[in-house]
Design a protein around this ligand. Structure first.
Ligand SMILES: O=C(O)CCC(=O)C(=O)O
Ligand SMILES: [Fe+2]
Length: 341
């Protein structure tokens, strides 16, 4: 894997940073947040994980004890350990007042809106290995985040994602890789196979194998196979900061170490610029809506490829006063007509 380019030498030069960000689609800033400060945040999380038995007694490192989560302890959004972590003063402070916020304030030239869902989606606890699991409305995913653009989750151009390693994260611990220059290619097709979320295929072979096994694109128009893909990562250290564009293709790397990977992915935009419903709600709220939506469309009995498109359309629009059943029927009709013309 090739390496991210560090721009920390330009930390004082706002214009230069903005130039790099728009050209490369990302800023990788070594130690921009301070190793000591972030080390303390990581330490607080490790304390909670220790109290839940995920870290051996007496260890101050994010070493995995081998304990498998019981029930929803580590479930993103509302898990019991996750909720404790999200309530830590140091976490709240990082999300609302961390160095990434003041930097973005400079880059965007005004006050910053920290997305509401940062509060219960922001912190990632990644155990070693790759495990499949079920989420809302029967959607199946894996603990290694597949290739995607955040634009898939959040259809607005007006924000940046910040990815923050909370412990030292070399390739064995995993972390994040981004596809060089991909933010210039448009919105990639994001695939599902039945209830299984697959993300963006990395090449033609992968797209073909997904297709013959019943997969299809739910949204997006750019075919990944039309672009060369060079993955970039780094030996991340606590204190580093990665900022990237909504159309930057990226993926999680499998954690093959004996450590628990701790990181944050949190999103910000300039206050007052147009936003989307998800930015104003908690992750738990959005997931409840998604579950209801998938359930409603699932019961309509339309063919799977159309169902994916209906779900996507209503998901982007978000909750409204009109009932989901009525909205889903109207969307199915409209999308069928569009497909036939
Ligand atoms: O930390 C990760 O593995 C990826 C998180 C991410 O990209 C996302 O959820 O949008
Ligand atoms: Fe992402």
């Amino acid at each position: 894997m090739a390496r991210l380019q560090d721009s920390s030498e330009y930390l004082g030069d706002t214009a230069k940073l903005n130039e790099i960000l728009s050209e490369r689609g990302y800023l990788f800033l070594r130690d921009a947040l301070g190793r000591k400060k972030i080390g303390k945040v990581g330490g607080d999380i490790i304390g909670v994980l220790r109290s839940f038995g995920f870290v051996p007694p007496g260890s101050s490192q994010a070493v995995w004890s081998g304990k498998v989560p019981s029930g929803n302890e580590l479930t993103l959004g509302h898990g019991s350990a996750v909720a404790k972590i999200n309530n830590l003063p140091s976490i709240k402070n990082l999300i609302l007042r961390g160095g990434q916020v003041s930097l973005l304030k400079r880059l965007l030239g005004g006050e910053i809106f920290s997305w509401v869902e940062n509060k219960d989606r922001g912190i990632r606890i990644m155990l070693p290995g790759k495990m499949s699991y079920s989420t809302v409305g029967g959607v199946k995913g894996t603990t290694v985040t597949p290739a995607h653009q955040d634009n898939y989750f959040f259809r607005t151009p007006n924000y940046y994602t910040t990815w923050i390693p909370l412990i030292d994260t070399d390739e064995s611990v995993g972390g994040l890789a981004i596809a060089e220059g991909s933010h210039r290619n448009g919105y990639y097709q994001h695939w599902y196979r039945g209830p299984e979320y697959l993300g963006v295929p990395e090449n033609r072979q992968e797209a073909e194998s997904w297709s013959v096994s019943g997969g299809s694109p739910a949204t997006g128009d750019v075919m990944a196979e039309n672009f060369a893909m060079t993955w970039l990562n780094a030996d991340y250290l606590a204190g580093d900061l990665l900022i990237f564009h909504p159309l930057m293709l990226h993926r999680g790397l499998e954690n093959t170490s004996n450590k628990i990977r701790l990181s944050a992915d949190i999103r910000y935009q300039r206050k007052g610029t147009p936003t989307i419903w998800r930015a104003r709600h908690t992750f738990s709220y959005s997931k409840r809506f998604e579950a209801e939506l998938r359930d409603t469309v699932g019961k309509m009995g339309v063919e799977p490829a159309l169902a994916l498109k209906v779900i996507d359309r209503l998901y982007v629009e978000g909750p409204k006063s009109e009932g989901l059943k009525t909205r889903a029927r109207a969307a199915a009709k409209l999308l069928t007509v569009n497909n036939n013309s």
